[in-house]
Each structure stands twice: as structure tokens, then as C-alpha cells.
Design a protein around this ligand. Structure first.
Ligand SMILES: Cc1ncc(COP(=O)(O)O)c(C=O)c1O
Length: 368
């Protein structure tokens, strides 16, 4: 097997090749595929909601990077997460990490509510708390590590052991680390989720998501859900993600290097009160006042005030109003998602330009 950075470019053991030997795998922009005669369909492709060659090529590549049995590409990270939450039945107990992307909290509290799941939030940074919260009817543990936006880190292997001991599955959102920096399935996770919108696509130009499965039985169930509910990824977006992933290894190196430079710079600033950094290109920090946070957002020039992450461009986000407004106030306060918290997705520009932009934005905010 090739090393992971080579597989970002070439995939691994693809079941597909292009008849015309194109180096870049083509975009199969078609809704349906012809059959030779009834019952005789040599390509195996019928209809693009269910499967499509460009999507299959992408899914095989992500599956290989994550060491998964299978992977389904969805129209967004939220579509992948919604498919995961379709796996359960009314009354099932599901333990969720306390700090999650706000859209997941909204899904749980406003959409999945009708499914009558018993959802409980737990501090997954402490495996003992997970063990104490597990019940005989617990069907899943769902977490992000590092979490969005507080960068809380959970021990995947320890939690997988606890979950499996009670017959529950573990799902890990690996968006922030990517398969370059963390391998949840190798550590025991059963499902791996990505907002492929972020580092995998990597250029702030595509919305997509992935749900990877560690075994064939889980894969069959996810395939049934994806083909039936239909939020699978279109061929062009598949191709954009494939193209973005070719440089994933290089980009991650630079994201991490630049984020470390930002962390070191923030450490020297009196306006910064706490820094939350756990590797990858993501860093959150709280500043001395809400007014100062707003001044930074207003004055950044190169760094864009925007809500996503994981792309080539540096972005800065105000979680309290952008990514986490649907998290209940009490939960936000407890976690530290306050009006003084900023989250930065450090891009791959020259580090001195990023630091220079922070410097001038902090300087302009000095008098607030
Ligand atoms: C950690 C994490 N998971 C999932 C999602 C949802 O992904 P998408 O925006 O592609 O639907 C996000 C979005 O920001 C996220 O940050």
C-alpha cells in the first residue's frame, strides 16, 4: 500500500479506471446509465443518486485514507451526520460530546427530536465520565476531537473500548484533524464523519461530507440510507473534492506550521486571555472584551471574517453568532463559547502576512 500522502493523489486500489486513460478522473455528469438488455448491466451503474463513477472514485479514495470498509459522499457534512442519526430507533440512548459544531446541536434539538432518541451530552474528554454515562440501552457515542470550537480532545481508543463493552458504536467527526493527522478507525471508531467542505476539499469552494464505516454490515445500512434519502454528492463537487485532496498532505503541513506561528504570536499578547489549540490549522482564543473581539473582526484585512474553515484562505469566525447560536446559552457559557471567543482557521498564506494582519487588527482595536 502506498503511503497516505501518495494515496491523496492516486487513491489506492481503485476499482475504476477511465476508458480513455485520462490522468485526472473524469466528471461523469449524467443522471442515469444505459443497460445492454434487461438484467445485463456490465458497468454496475444505474442512477446517479445511488452511485456514479466520479463519486465512487472519490469514495474509494476517502475510504482508503481513513482505513475504512466503505465511505459514502454526501451533499454536505450535515447530510452525512443526518444519515448517521438515521441509524437509530425511537428510545435509543445516544451519548454526544458536549462541544459540537452548532449545526449538530440544531439537528439533535430541532429535527431529530421527533425520532424520540434519548440524547445525553457528556464530557468526552474524560473516559470515566463516558463510562459512567453509558447505559444498557446506549446505542452510540458521538464526538468531535478536537471539538468545534473549544478544541477539546477525547481519547478515541479508550472511548471505543467503553462503547463496545456496552454494545454501542463510536462515531468520530475527524473534520479538524483529517486522515493525515488522526486515524479514528485504527483506534477503534466504527464511523468517521467529515465535513469535506473543510480540509479535504480545502479551497473554500465546495460543500460536501463523508460518512465512513469500519465494517461491511454498517456500510450496507449507510448505503441503504444514502440511496433512499438521496443527499448524495453531485459529480462536479466530487471532482472538486478529488482535485483538492491531491494537495491535502502539503496543505496540512503548512496549515499546522502557520497555526503554530499564530499560537506563538497570540501567547505574547496581553489582550489574549486563553488559547485553545490541539494541532491542525484550527485555533480558538478568547480576548479581553467583546468590544475588542468585534474590533478584531472589523479590522482584519487579509484574514476574512467568514464562517467556514479548512481552506487555503485564513478565516476568522465569531462562534457565538455564526457557528454556535443554536447551542443553548447555558451550554455555551459552560464551555467558554462567549462573546470574547474568536476561532481562526489558519490558511496557507505566508505566515508573516497572517501575523502582520493580526498585528494591525489588534493595534486598531487597542483603544476599545
Ligand atoms: C466539525 C464539523 N463537522 C460538521 C460540520 C458540518 O459540515 P457542512 O458545513 O459541510 O455541512 C461542520 C461545519 O462547520 C463542522 O465544523
Amino acid at each position: 500500500m502506498y503511503s497516505i500522502d501518495t494515496r491523496c493523489i492516486h487513491g489506492e486500489a481503485h476499482s475504476l479506471s477511465d476508458a480513455n486513460c485520462s490522468v485526472s478522473f473524469p466528471i461523469y455528469q449524467t443522471a442515469c446509465f444505459s443497460h445492454l438488455t434487461p438484467g445485463h448491466n456490465p458497468t454496475g451503474f444505474d442512477y446517479s443518486r445511488e452511485s456514479n463513477p466520479t463519486r465512487k472514485y472519490l469514495e474509494e479514495t476517502v475510504s482508503s485514507l481513513e482505513g475504512a470498509a466503505d465511505c459514502v459522499a454526501f451533499a454536505s457534512g450535515m447530510a452525512a451526520i443526518s444519515a448517521f442519526f438515521e441509524l437509530f430507533r425511537p428510545g435509543d440512548h445516544i451519548l454526544c460530546g458536549e462541544d459540537l459544531y452548532g449545526g449538530v446541536v440544531r439537528l439533535i434539538q430541532q429535527i431529530s427530536l421527533k425520532n424520540d432518541y434519548r440524547i445525553e451530552y457528556v464530557d468526552t474528554t474524560d473516559p470515566e465520565k463516558v463510562a459512567a454515562a453509558i447505559r444498557p440501552d446506549t446505542k452510540a457515542v458521538y464526538l468531535e476531537t478536537p471539538s468545534n470550537p473549544m478544541m477539546r480532545v477525547s481519547d478515541i481508543a479508550a472511548i471505543a473500548e467503553i462503547a463496545h463493552g456496552s454494545g454501542a458504536v463510536l462515531a468520530v467527526d475527524n473534520t479538524f484533524m483529517t486522515p493525515l493527522l488522526q486515524h479514528p478507525i485504527a483506534e477503534g471508531a466504527d464511523y468517521v464523519i467529515h465535513s469535506g467542505t473543510k480540509y479535504l476539499s480545502g479551497h473554500n469552494d465546495t460543500v460536501c461530507g463523508f460518512l465512513c464505516t469500519a465494517n461491511e454490515a454498517a456500510a450496507d445500512r449507510v448505503r441503504l440510507i444514502s440511496k433512499t434519502t438521496g443527499a448524495t454528492l453531485g459529480p462536479f463537487e466530487c471532482w472538486l473534492c478529488l482535485r483538492g485532496m491531491k494537495t491535502l498532505a502539503l496543505r496540512m503541513e503548512r496549515h499546522v506550521k502557520n497555526a503554530e506561528a499564530v499560537r506563538d504570536w497570540l501567547r505574547g499578547r496581553a489582550e489574549v486571555k486563553e488559547i485553545y489549540y490541539a494541532g491542525s490549522g484550527m485555533i480558538s482564543f478568547s480576548v479581553k472584551s467583546a468590544e475588542f473581539a468585534l474590533a478584531v473582526l472589523k479590522n482584519v484585512k487579509l484574514i476574512t471574517f467568514s464562517e467556514s474553515l479548512g481552506g487555503t484562505e485564513s478565516l476568522i469566525t465569531y462562534p457565538i453568532i455564526q457557528t454556535h447560536p443554536d447551542v443553548p446559552e447555558e451550554q455555551r457559557q459552560r464551555l467558554g463559547i462567549t462573546d470574547r471567543l474568536l476561532r481562526m482557521s489558519v490558511g496557507i498564506e505566508n505566515a508573516s502576512d497572517i501575523l502582520g494582519d493580526l498585528e494591525q487588527a489588534f493595534h486598531k482595536g487597542a483603544n476599545v
